[in-house]
Design a protein around this ligand. Structure first.
Ligand SMILES: C[S@@+](CC[C@H](N)C(=O)[O-])C[C@H]1O[C@@H](n2cnc3c(N)ncnc32)[C@H](O)[C@@H]1O
Length: 184
């Protein structure tokens, strides 16, 4: 309970970068991870660690030899998660999602993103999505949670397939599962 309260306070204090007052709901933590591959040796990327709630769910689903590269701009959040989650598969990167290629040169098998795309400039949003598409392996998913459908068109235009799941919550949460079908 105190942990949740701290998260809410810190999210609110950093509202401009978090884009939210609170963590995503438990239902969304489960839904957003539903397309992750469970096979050995997978490379998974998370954008927007926060306090690591989705991170924990990702780690509970991926195989022992898989790796999770987690990008987070807020240094305090990175430290919090580094102290809180003790798992050799997790590599925390205190940098923006737009710098994906600075840190990862392998193809990515799946993305899970809760960064506030709506708060970004159109150029930044496009760059992050296009880089993610480019590094994604065919058949892989880029799953993103947002509080509206405003960017659905951009997601559909960037990826080959895109479906959406609604979670009736306050605020309403939308999980977009975007897939790369062809190699490029
Ligand atoms: C809405 S919070 C989500 C946190 C948590 N994963 C959850 O689902 O509750 C968004 C997180 O993205 C981080 N963030 C914002 N812009 C980012 C960027 N460009 N690259 C990486 N992380 C970013 C924020 O600091 C914040 O921790």
């Amino acid at each position: 309970m105190i942990e949740k309260l701290n998260t809410t306070v810190q999210f609110t204090m950093n509202l401009f970068t978090t884009g939210a007052f609170k963590e995503t709901s438990r239902k969304v933590e489960i839904e957003i991870c539903s397309r992750l591959p469970g096979e050995e040796g997978q490379v998974i990327v998370e954008y927007g660690l926060g306090h690591g709630n989705i991170t924990r769910e990702i780690l509970s689903r991926i195989a022992p030899s898989s790796r999770l590269y987690a990008f987070e701009v807020n240094e305090e959040f990175c430290e919090h998660v580094a102290n809180d989650i003790n798992d050799d598969r997790l590599i925390i990167i205190n940098d923006s999602a737009e710098n994906l290629f600075r840190h990862i040169d392998a193809s990515v098998n799946g993305f899970v993103s809760s960064i506030p795309l709506t708060f970004f400039s159109k150029e930044l949003r496009e760059r992050i999505l296009k880089n993610s598409y480019q590094s994604l392996k065919p058949e892989g998913y880029f799953s993103q949670v947002l509080y509206s459908r405003v960017h659905q068109k951009m997601l559909k235009e960037t990826f080959d397939r895109c479906s959406v799941k609604k979670n009736y919550n306050l605020p309403m949460e939308y999980v977009f599962h975007c897939q790369k079908v062809s190699a490029s």
